[in-house]
Design a binder for this molecule. Structure first.
Ligand code: ATP
Length: 277
């Protein structure tokens, strides 16, 4: 559905990508992780056709995003980290913006904003940043665009709204959609995403499904010094050590995305060995 090949991109003198390859399929929610400044937003903007590759190609549903033809634009919706929405009633937002998306569902939009506890007859004029963001997320989901790109969608959302966000997102996914969420709030993504892609220094450092991660790795708290020593990654916790172990059997454990992320950044070779086996 999305194929990025040999992507080179620079902002004047700042080189961000020099040969990035990535493929994303429909029916999945991808978590795009990486340190500050590694290029997550830049990648999303290239996929959305808001920035253009210096070299290489991006194919989204058979379209070249950079050409920004209407048939492409109606299939892609981006929720940027920073956004501007006019101070208008929600019904005006629907009247003037929904027609750009042929599969837009007002019924779904109303359902999502209600889930986020925003009255459907309210106006953007009186809303906080977090409330506006929830409106934008609801609009993006209700657009039924095939590709939904979200840059730090849970920033500014309160604790209850984060659970609502996960519920709304999970309910909106279908086999024709591809959702990509870039975030540092990894806890917000647990139980939502089904594939993790980590970018570092302009390349893909790690790209695995949650299913494979659960099959290959085991997450637990250990009090056994021998086990801690042989762990792929360990860090001291309030009690004992939080560890990632190679999953030799069919042990089921609860994925700790934050721990995995640290392991990949600090101890990548050992993590990769577990996947190579
Ligand atoms: N408009 C711009 N002009 C010049 N350099 C930019 C611009 N936008 C981003 N950069 C630089 O490009 C690099 C990648 O930025 P980008 O915003 O894509 O990173 P990110 O991974 O999304 O970061 P964060 O996690 O902090 O949001 C950074 O080094 C940043 O300083």
């Amino acid at each position: 559905m999305i194929k990025v090949q040999n992507l080179h991109f620079s902002y004047r003198k700042r080189k961000v990508f020099s040969g990035l390859d990535l493929q994303l399929q429909s029916g999945h929610i991808y978590g795009l992780l990486g340190k500050n400044g590694t290029g997550k937003s830049t990648l999303l903007r290239n996929i959305a056709g808001l920035l253009f590759p210096d070299q290489g190609s991006i194919d989204v549903l058979g379209f070249d995003p950079g050409k920004r033809i209407p048939a492409f634009l109606q299939e892609v919706f981006m929720v940027p980290e920073e956004f501007y929405l006019s101070d208008v009633p929600l019904k005006h937002l629907l009247k003037y913006h929904a027609p750009f998306y042929p599969r837009f569902s007002v019924e779904q939009f109303n359902k999502y904003v209600q889930e986020f506890e925003i009255p459907t007859d309210s106006s953007l004029h009186n809303m906080s940043y977090g409330q506006k963001k929830k409106v934008l997320i609801s609009f993006g989901l209700a657009s039924n665009a095939s590709v939904l790109l979200m840059d730090e969608p849970t920033n500014g959302l309160d604790i209850m709204s984060k659970s609502q966000f996960r519920r709304v997102m999970a309910g909106a996914l279908d086999e024709n959609k591809c959702m990509v969420i870039s975030t540092h709030q990894v806890k917000d993504l647990e139980s939502l995403i089904d594939r993790i892609t980590i970018i570092d220094e302009g390349r893909i450092l790690f790209d695995q499904t949650i299913e494979d991660i659960s099959r290959k790795l085991q997450f637990s708290v250990s009090f056994d010094p021998e086990e801690v020593k042989r762990a792929i990654y360990a860090e001291s916790a309030l009690r004992g050590h939080s560890v990632i172990l190679k999953n030799d059997g069919e042990e089921e454990s609860r994925l700790d995305l934050e721990l995995l992320y640290k392991a990949i950044i600090l101890n990548r070779e050992q993590v990769q060995q577990a996947f190579a086996a």
